[in-house]
Design a protein around this ligand. Structure first.
Ligand SMILES: Cc1cc2nc3c(=O)[nH]c(=O)nc-3n(C[C@H](O)[C@H](O)[C@H](O)COP(=O)(O)O)c2cc1C
Length: 198
């Protein structure tokens, strides 16, 4: 099968669109991901995982602090996806205009979202180009907007409904990320998460 067809089939495995926030030494940041999944079937041990590319500032902030907050978004939050997912916190203070508070772990919890999960990283897997973070969910809440909350934004919804003038930027960023990943995906490192080092 042609590589593009394989990629389109793999897109069925993308997660809802989520906003991931982090904090390091006073710097607050947020990014967008569609690679988050439930990683536990035990109601009393809630866990999730997410892949974050190494070129993103969020990667280093999460890796170094071992904490993140993952937010499911509502379908009416396309603008937030644009604010957090199209530019880097290296050049922009992306949370400056986004109402939030610091949560139990000290990382930003956004006022507006479908729901949020505060997570402590308990293990990682290196993919060469990204890190898969496994997080213990230690606090959960809904966004502030009153019911009805509507639907969670899926990746397919975002791709179908983003304004036309964002599309070139989106595709350019995706192509750049794919080039980065192509160069590094085969160089997988054995990483032992710091909390597991004896
Ligand atoms: C719909 C969408 C899905 C994305 N999914 C991911 C993802 O799964 N992993 C990732 O590392 N980046 C993903 N990104 C890209 C980051 O959100 C983007 O590179 C962001 O600017 C990173 O910001 P930072 O450098 O401040 O961390 C996605 C972006 C969009 C718009």
């Amino acid at each position: 099968m042609h590589a593009d067809q394989v990629y389109q089939l793999l897109r069925h495995l993308t997660s809802p669109v989520v906003a991931i926030t982090s904090e390091r030494a006073g710097k607050r940041n947020g990014m967008i991901s569609d690679s988050a999944v439930r990683a536990s079937i035990v109601p009393t041990i809630p866990r999730l995982s997410v892949y974050v590319h190494k070129f993103n500032l969020s990667h280093d902030m999460i890796f170094e602090t071992g904490r993140l907050v993952l937010h499911l978004l509502r379908e009416d939050q396309l603008d937030l996806v644009h604010q957090l997912g199209f530019v880097s916190g290296r050049t922009h203070d992306k949370l400056a205009g986004v109402p939030h508070r610091l949560g139990r772990l000290g990382a930003p919890v956004l006022d507006e979202c479908f729901a949020h999960f505060e997570c402590r990283v308990v293990n990682v897997m290196d993919t060469g180009s990204s890190t898969c973070f496994l997080g213990d969910v230690i606090e959960v809440g809904y966004g502030k907007a009153s019911a009805p909350r509507g639907s969670v934004m899926t990746a397919a919804y975002f791709r179908a409904n983003m304004p036309a003038d964002w599309r070139k930027d989106y595709e350019d960023h995706l192509a750049a990320a794919q080039r980065f990943a192509e160069e590094r995906s085969r160089a997988i490192r054995a990483v032992v998460w710091k909390a597991l080092k004896s």
